[in-house]
Structures are given as C-alpha cells and as structure tokens.
Design a protein around this ligand. Structure first.
Ligand code: AP5
Length: 225
C-alpha cells in the first residue's frame, strides 16, 4: 500500500480545527472526516442518528460512543480515504481512541500524527462568540479574526452565514468542561505513542497553517529516510 497521510486534529472547541482542516484538505487532497459536521448534516436531514444526537449536541455533551463509532467505522471504509484522511473531532475520548486503533490495525493502516491545537479557554469563548458558518457547506468565518468579504455571505459558495445552535455561551462552557474531562486525556495517550505534535493555536490562521505544513513536511521526510 502507498504511504498514507493519516492525521488527527485535537483541540478544544473553537481552537481552529475546522479552519485548519479546510486548508490541509486542499493542500494534501485528503479525505476530511469531521464528526461534528457529519452529525449536523444528520440533524438537518432529520435522520434517526440526527434525532438521537441533537439533544446531546445542544446540551454541549458528547453523543454516545456506539452511534459515533458506527458512523466513523463506515466512513473510514470509503474509497476516498485510500491516500489518507484528516479526522476532526474524533476520537474524543479514550474509548473512541481504542476503537479507532483497532479498526486501523485491522485495515493495516496507522496514524501518522496527532496535531494538538492549543488555545486557552478565555480565547475560546471569544472565538466561538464571533464564529459564523455557512448554511450550505459549514465553511467557517469569524466576524473579527477571519471575516467574509461581504457581511453574512460565504466567500466560497455564496450561502448565508449563521451562528451554530451549540455556540450559545452557556453551551460553550459545558463543551469546554467536557473537553477537559473527556478529550484532554487523549493528549497523554498519543504522547505515550510518540504521535503527538503541539501547535500554537494563538497565532493567526495563516501562521498556524504554515506551522502545520512544516510539521507534516518533516514527518513525510522522516518517513522517506
Ligand atoms: P464539533 O463540530 O467537532 O465541535 P468542536 O470540537 O467543539 O469544535 P468546533 O467546530 O466548535 O471548533 P473548531 O476547533 O473546528 O474551530 P473553528 O475552526 O470553527 O462537535 C460539535 C458537537 O458534536 C460536540 O459538542 C458533540 O456533541 C458532537 N460530537 C462531535 N464529534 C463527536 C464525537 N467524536 N463523539 C461524541 N460527540 C461528538 O474556529 C472557531 C472560530 O475561531 C471560527 O470563527 C474561526 O474563524 C476562528 N479562528 C480559527 N482559527 C483562528 C485563529 N488562529 N485565530 C483567530 N481566530 C481563529
């Protein structure tokens, strides 16, 4: 099998995972798997999964593992993941990380790196308050840090920009709590496996992107030696 680039993006809500994933996807042509986006599409389409997930998402909690694992296991079997993938928002706890490891092992694949985008909680609150997403494809903007060319219109597909339901301040506090309790243990999990790479998420989006590209270039170089 040709060398795959299999990346995981980890970081608190609003750290910039989606912003960076969008750029990396076009740099490297990787399959982009964002569990939050997949769930929001299911909520919009009112599928059984969407209806089961909505209450957890609106409350800022995690959607139960069995639902998430069924959804991601199927997605990771798809053809477009053959040259590699970017996982955004998955895994989100140790049980999900273990299940992912087992699936990849069965497929004869491995994770190339886990990119941790670090941003303190105070900044998260500001970022999420200003975030706007497009209704058509979920493209991300920030009213101050990354504004669209025209107010409330997506630069990429011309659709309307809105605020996400789970971006209300009280829900954001809960999402941060859940991150620290359930997702942050993944940091030492992947550090122990030698996969973790830390990225300063406080820099401007373009600088964060340059840093990640440089990290990936180093990883690819190390791998080819
Ligand atoms: P999900 O959609 O994954 O949300 P999240 O992890 O909370 O992450 P966000 O999408 O909020 O933020 P982001 O890091 O992508 O930041 P962004 O690039 O938008 O999950 C939503 C919900 O689904 C969960 O709460 C849960 O209920 C459920 N769920 C999903 N996956 C699950 C799983 N595996 N298991 C169980 N449940 C699951 O950036 C944020 C803002 O900041 C934007 O406005 C952006 O323009 C701006 N910005 C970005 N980078 C910068 C920068 N460097 N400087 C300044 N501004 C910046």
């Amino acid at each position: 099998m040709a060398r795959q680039l299999n990346l995981i993006l980890v970081g608190p809500p609003g750290a910039g995972k989606g912003t960076q994933a969008e750029r990396l996807q076009s740099d490297f042509g990787l399959a982009y798997i964002a569990t939050g986006e997949m769930l929001r599409a299911n909520v919009k389409a009112q599928t059984e999964l969407g209806m089961a997930a909505k209450q957890h998402m609106d409350a800022g909690g995690l959607v139960p593992d069995d639902l998430i694992l069924a959804m991601t296991a199927e997605r990771l079997e798809e053809d477009d993941t053959r040259d590699g993938f970017i996982l955004d928002g998955f895994p989100r706890n140790l049980a999900q990380a273990g299940a992912l490891e087992r699936q990849l092992q069965q497929q004869g694949r491995r994770i190339t790196a886990v990119l941790l985008i670090e941003v303190p909680d105070e900044e998260i609150v500001k970022r999420i308050a200003g975030r706007r997403v497009c209704v058509k494809n979920g493209h991300n903007y920030h009213v101050d840090y990354d504004p669209p060319k025209l107010p409330d219109v997506c630069d990429q597909d011309g659709s309307r920009l809105i605020q996400r339901d789970d971006d209300k301040p009280e829900v954001v506090q809960r999402r941060l709590l859940v991150y620290h309790e359930q997702t942050a243990p993944l940091i030492s999990y992947y550090e122990d496996r030698g996969l973790l790479r830390r990225v300063d998420g406080m820099r401007a989006p373009g600088e964060v992107h340059d840093h990640i590209r440089a990290l990936i270039a180093t990883l690819l170089l190390e791998d080819s030696l």
